[in-house]
Design a protein around this ligand. Structure first.
Ligand code: PRX
Length: 655
């Protein structure tokens, strides 16, 4: 798709500088300090990153080589250095901050637990020793399919401690998705729980895990099961071991495995424009550096902050801003297990009040949903401890931004709108809040050392204000993905396909305004953003055509007030089209089928049945036409290639 003709209609002019109180307390609070950082990165890119890596990370073996470009775009950072990520998150804080809370946990049913750095360290060590006792060693892949509990973080940190490579699968994904990810990663171990609490229900994780393993996953030797809900689950005594039995008698210290900086820390599967999710592979040193710097630059993190990022550890945000970043800087991470609406839609604000949350980071979809519940709900709570708010995952509409600013932030908290991706590892374009004035809907300016640009089809930088183009990163950065697990070629063809392979192609279109502020305009590929979660249209299509009655399917997004994007599916059946295009029972069945194949987040919101899909003469599905129809727009495209004009009416739901 060409982005040449994308011009923006949205022009938001309001500017929100940080309050003087905020500025006074901020670590970076004058334009000159920020400008000096940017200058340094411009003038001596490697020196800039090298100094920061020495300053921010504890190395067991210092590195001499900062950036190795010899196998570009397979870049290596600090590759002759050795370190351990878990050591950097835990051990190095023990002396000065051993009793400081590392994690505050609140379960959906109000069970609360606090773990100090010393306690978390002991738990991680004990579990790391258990992993070793179960035969897990450096480089082995371990899949984690857990509820949002501290044990999910313990499992991740324990893997990092022994050099095992974790791959967390979001608990909302189905058995089928879990199986695909386990098989692609070739994992030896699965760590799961009997279940998790969400929305007043039990999420039957062990049951899904058993189902995944019954249909495949021959590489799995051991399943560790954490007892969370205590309900009855099947137990295969030869394969399964309870978490509490596995750690029984294990030592509470565990020498970290010192790994090369490039050693893979984790894989995280994400959607692309094909049916098969990609295992995004991150390295240890560069990734952690990005997590630490953005905790400082973007979240202006302070020793006594209570930092709450609401993301699940199944997503990249839950990796960088729950499991690693907050711990690496010695702060306190709040973890909440459940849904924002239990027992009512005041839960988030109730948690903020009771735990005195000071930095709160969530997704626009959650903000919009809570905004709909009315101002009187947050008004019941004391939100005065909040000092900084953040958003991530999709563009935030100015209305929701203003509500967040006024009703939640009391007009006193800057909002950091952070643009980044699973692939980038950490925030890339985001305000440094003590300096950069914000504009509702803009992620503002690239962070120091992030060379972001907006370019045209030929790779030329677009200077004209508000002219849309491809969002690219023109230089490698430490926390970037290293490859797609097991598929170097796909890594190159997905992220470096244009501009002579020189620029990282983010897959988003963007524009810059007259002040150079970035505005993300949406994906340029067939990736949907549903409630801030990435889903490939092809994934949903593959799931639909796997149903015995479906011959063909095309899936597009349509704007949705709460979710950002909703899933719209056009389906051609193997038999006859239902009378008048309506078959409620089948629609229900197909929605359930997709939930089963991928997970409930992928359920189509609308399904329309047609005798055929609209195709070009060369046989390509006319997605733009389908998108227009899904949005209820006037059809302006050329439809003369349609075999049967009647199909248009069917697609529109008019026949
Ligand atoms: O389209 C952009 C959107 O989310 C995509 C990345 O999705 P994922 O890898 O799942 O990571 C989400 C959390 C980092 C991007 O390509 N996106 C992310 N943040 C923003 C955004 N769009 C607009 N504004 C943002 N702040």
């Amino acid at each position: 798709m060409s982005v040449q003709n994308i011009d923006s209609v949205l022009q938001e002019e309001r500017l929100f500088p940080p309050s003087s109180d905020f500025v006074q307390a901020a670590a970076i609070n004058d334009a000159e300090t920020l400008a000096a950082l940017r200058r340094r990165a411009e003038e001596d890119y490697e020196g800039f990153w090298g100094d920061l890596a020495r300053q921010e990370l504890d190395w067991q073996t210092p590195f001499n080589n900062i950036l190795d470009q010899s196998r570009a775009p397979h870049f290596r950072w600090f590759h002759d250095g050795r370190l351990n990520v878990s050591y950097n998150c835990l051990d190095r804080h023990l002396e000065a901050r051993g009793d400081h809370p590392a994690i505050i946990f609140e379960g959906e049913q109000h069970d609360i637990k606090t773990l100090s750095y010393r306690e978390l360290h002991a738990q991680v060590c004990r579990f790391a020793n258990a992993l070793k006792a179960q035969g897990i060693a450096k480089g082995d892949r371990v899949v984690i399919y857990m509820p949002m509990t501290p044990e999910a973080v313990v499992a991740m940190q324990a893997c990092a401690r022994i050099g095992a490579v974790h791959s967390v699968v979001f608990g909302g994904f189905s058995a089928e998705s879990l199986k695909d990810r386990i098989e692609d990663a070739g994992a030896r171990m699965l760590i799961t729980a009997d279940g998790g609490n969400r929305g007043g229900k039990i999420i039957p994780l062990k049951q899904a895990a058993d189902k995944a393993l019954a249909h495949g996953c021959p590489s799995i030797e051991r399943v560790v099961v954490f007892k969370r809900t205590g309900h009855d689950v099947d137990f295969n005594a030869e394969r399964d071991v309870w978490w509490h039995d596995a750690i029984d008698g294990m030592d509470s210290s565990c020498e970290p495995e010192w790994v090369e900086a490039e050693h893979p820390l984790f894989l995280l599967y994400t959607s692309g424009s094909t049916g098969k999710p990609k295992g995004i592979q991150h390295a240890s040193g560069g990734y952690l550096l990005g997590a630490i710097l953005t905790m400082k630059w973007v979240f202006d993190i302070k020793d006594d902050d209570i930092y709450w990022c609401t993301a699940d550890v199944g997503w990249i945000t839950g990796h960088t801003y729950v499991a690693y970043g907050p711990l690496a800087v010695g702060s306190t991470a709040l973890i909440y297990e459940g849904a924002p609406t239990v027992p009512d839609s005041g839960r988030f604000w109730d948690i903020c009040e009771r735990h005195k949350v000071s930095v709160f980071y969530t997704a626009p979809t959650a903000i919009r949903a809570l905004m709909k519940c009315g101002d009187d709900i947050p008004a019941k709570y004391d939100l005065s401890t909040l000092r900084l708010l953040g958003t991530v995952g999709e563009p935030i509409n100015p209305e929701a931004w203003i509500w967040y600013h006024k009703v939640i932030g009391g007009e006193r908290c800057p909002i950091v709108d952070t643009w980044w991706q699973t692939e980038t590892g950490c925030n890339m374009i985001a305000p440094v809040p003590g300096v950069v004035a914000t504009k509702p809907g803009s992620c503002t300016l690239p962070l120091p050392g992030v060379m972001a640009d907006v370019v045209d089809d030929k790779g030329n930088s677009i200077r004209e204000p508000n002219k849309g183009g491809y969002l690219v990163i023109t230089k490698p950065w430490p926390s970037m993905l290293r490859t797609i697990w097991g598929d170097d070629e796909r890594y190159v063809s997905t992220y470096w396909p244009k501009f002579d392979g020189k620029y990282y192609l983010a897959g988003d279109s963007a524009r810059r305004d007259k002040d150079g502020y970035f505005w993300i305009m949406g994906r340029i590929d067939d990736v949907l953003n549903v409630s801030g979660h990435r889903l490939g249209t092809m994934e949903v299509e593959s799931a639909l055509v796997a149903h015995p009655r479906v011959a063909e399917a095309a899936v597009v997004g349509r704007p949705d007030e709460i979710k950002g994007e909703a899933i719209f599916a056009y389906v051609v059946l193997k038999g006859d089209r239902p009378e008048g295009g309506v078959d409620r029972a089948l629609t229900k069945e197909l929605r359930a089928w997709v939930a089963e194949q991928i997970g409930p987040i992928a359920k189509p919101d609308d399904i329309r049945y047609a005798d055929n899909l609209p195709k070009t003469r060369s046989g390509k599905i006319m997605r733009r036409l389908l998108r227009s129809i899904a949005q209820g727009e006037e059809i302006t495209q050329d439809t003369s290639t349609l075999e049967n004009e009647g199909i248009l009416l069917q697609l529109q739901g008019k026949a």
